[in-house]
Ligand binder design. Sequence first.
Ligand code: GLN
Length: 237
Amino acid sequence: MTLHLVHLYPDEMNTYGDRGNRLTLLQRARWRGLDPVVHFVGIGDDFPEETDLVLGGGGQDSAQADIQADVLRKGDRLHQLVRDGVPMLMVCGTYQLLGRRFRTHEGEEIAGIGVFDVETIGGDRRLIGNAAVQTEAFGTLYGFENHSGRTRLGADQQPLGRVLRGNGNNGEDGTEGARTGNAIGTYLHGPLLPANPVLADALLSLALARRGEPAQLEPIDEPLVERSRAEAATRAY
Ligand code: GLN
């Protein structure tokens, strides 16, 4: 079965190895006998007709300003995909732009599209380090955060999880990321998915379920991943 993966803004939003998320999904899909196809969707590009999963990475404030107008143009389509239950993983810079607004630490206003009911204000000190996040749906997630933005959730916005180590959304309220339907926003780089295969497989399962396909994926025995997770569990911030 062909699975259509959209990688948004691969040229502009590509910090801290976020493309590893794409590689992980591709490999894990192939291991399950699926036929994943990647569509790179940048500034001015249209979405493919069929979209099963959407990925976005992090980027500099300046890169976010560069893609802003295009994000706004794609806003209706992205909202539609979220309403249709398409799973998404939006990391850091794209998480912020799928929120309502981002004011950079230099005071530049970047409007977002409000898939996530969050607002982000840049601070003077960057929040940098190894983070661990407890989630109900995906267990403990390990990643690396590096952002100046402090993100606040709207009253009804569900977070992705609770911070066990690190700063998460803002370093104050203990929340990390956001979840709207099957769309996930997070500050976790690393890249995130190689170290957190439960989340990778959950995204694939959601994509399959939406297509009406059996979505129970056989677990894969991965001693190396287990070792890296054990190591991540003990890592200092
Ligand atoms: N420029 C944003 C910030 O610093 C996002 C950074 C990132 O994507 N790593 O908050």
